[in-house]
Design a binder for this molecule. Structure first.
Ligand code: NCD
Length: 313
């Protein structure tokens, strides 16, 4: 693996599971043994975020520090030379002289691939517009895998702004490599829907039931859902028109305390975060809610594994 740009770089489950084993080797029940933190390496990671980020950026920076490397960063993309008219290619060509790996977030679909084409060091896609977010998919899949011990035979519900969510696209690509999953989709409305077969390179592995005019309660009453995966309205990508016109539409997929009894005891509730209104705070303390702990922890372990694979293999 020279760059990590898309889940499309993976054709079979083997390399994904191998990465999970590496991520698992970094922790014991979510805690990183001290000996990992002692090792120093000469590697430097440049984090370059041209779109807002809290978790992904800090998770990558934590991961790099955990594997003994160091971090250089542009703390405010408004201070970047892009505002002076510099192209992404020129910025990457320059930064690849400073760092051994570049983590890039950008608003344009394909930006990471463009960066990789000119970079002399590995580039990791930390989100390219409404395109992909492959490391988030890896950490989401790792969270599911750790919980169910498998990535097949699951009933997965994606709810929210599916059309513009890069995390959903990358996770669907990843899960379709494993196959035998049933996907249920509850978009904000038909404008925010997503045909999962069009996303995946393995369309035969996609079994999708779409519920464009339904609500969460209806689905949970009828289906034995294992994974509820919610996403916020990606308003920054709704250029030109508003996808959701009404509060009613936005509330159709909101999960609250009243839905919890409808969920299987072994189900999990996931969100890439940040959340808006789609998860009521009373859900946070339910043991099935994994977004504030297991997903966050997984992000660090999986990114440690990705960085180590790119830098040291
Ligand atoms: C996601 C993203 O940036 O796509 N956040 C993240 O990286 N954890 C989801 C989102 O912004 O809605």
């Amino acid at each position: 693996m020279n760059h990590f740009l898309s889940i499309d770089q993976f054709n079979t489950p083997d390399n994904i599971i191998k990465l999970f084993h590496k991520a698992s080797s970094f922790h014991v029940d979510g805690v990183i043994p001290d000996h990992y933190k002692m090792v120093r390496t000469p590697y430097k990671m440049a984090s370059l975020f041209f779109e807002p980020s809290t978790r992904t950026r800090l998770s990558f920076e934590t991961a790099m520090l955990n594997i003994g490397g160091s971090v250089i960063t542009v703390s405010d993309s408004d201070q970047c030379s892009g505002v002076k008219g510099e192209s992404l290619e020129d910025a990457i060509t320059t930064i690849s002289n400073y760092a051994d790996v570049i983590v890039l977030r950008h608003s344009k679909i394909g930006a990471a691939a463009e960066a990789a084409a000119v970079s002399s060091v590995p580039v990791i896609n930390a989100g390219d517009g409404a395109g992909e977010h492959p490391t988030q998919a890896m950490l989401d899949a790792y969270t599911i895998y750790k919980h169910f011990k498998t990535l097949s035979g699951l009933n997965i519900l994606f709810a929210g702004d599916l059309m513009f969510s890069r995390t959903v696209k990358s996770l669907v690509k990843l899960l379709s490599i494993f196959g035998h999953n049933k996907f249920h989709t509850l978009p904000i409305n038909e404008n925010a829907g997503l045909r999962l077969q069009e996303v995946s390179r393995f369309p035969d592995n996609i079994d999708q039931t779409n519920y464009p005019n339904s609500n969460l309660q209806f689905i949970l009453e009828r289906e034995k859902i294992d994974v509820v995966y919610l996403t916020r309205p990606q308003r920054e990508r709704w250029t030109g028109k508003s996808i959701a016109e009404s509060q009613e539409e936005l509330l159709r997929y909101q999960i609250s305390g009243k839905h919890l009894p409808l969920l299987k005891p072994e189900a999990i509730i996931m969100h890439p975060l940040p959340r808006n209104h789609e998860i009521c705070v009373e859900v946070d303390k339910d043991p099935r809610a994994v977004y504030f702990k297991k997903q966050i922890q997984a992000g660090v372990f999986v990114r440690m594994a990705i960085l180590q694979t790119l830098l040291m293999s």
